[in-house]
Ligand binder design. Sequence first.
Ligand code: SF4
Length: 62
Amino acid sequence: MKVKVDKDLCTACGLCADTCPEVFEIKEDFAVVKVDIVPTDLEDKVKEAAQNCPTEAIKIEE
Ligand code: SF4
């Protein structure tokens, strides 16, 4: 699974980085994804972060 953050939608609220700091990190004005492929054991946390993102900026690619 891959995941991206649309930096035009992201408000850098920090929720995704709180939920899954192994994958998301806040860089100045938006969140960045630190991994190319999401490790299998973190997929559920990444999905949770995507569902909870207030601006729907997190896009999951299966
Ligand atoms: S939860 Fe969404 S809006 Fe908040 S920092 Fe993460 S990607 Fe950006």
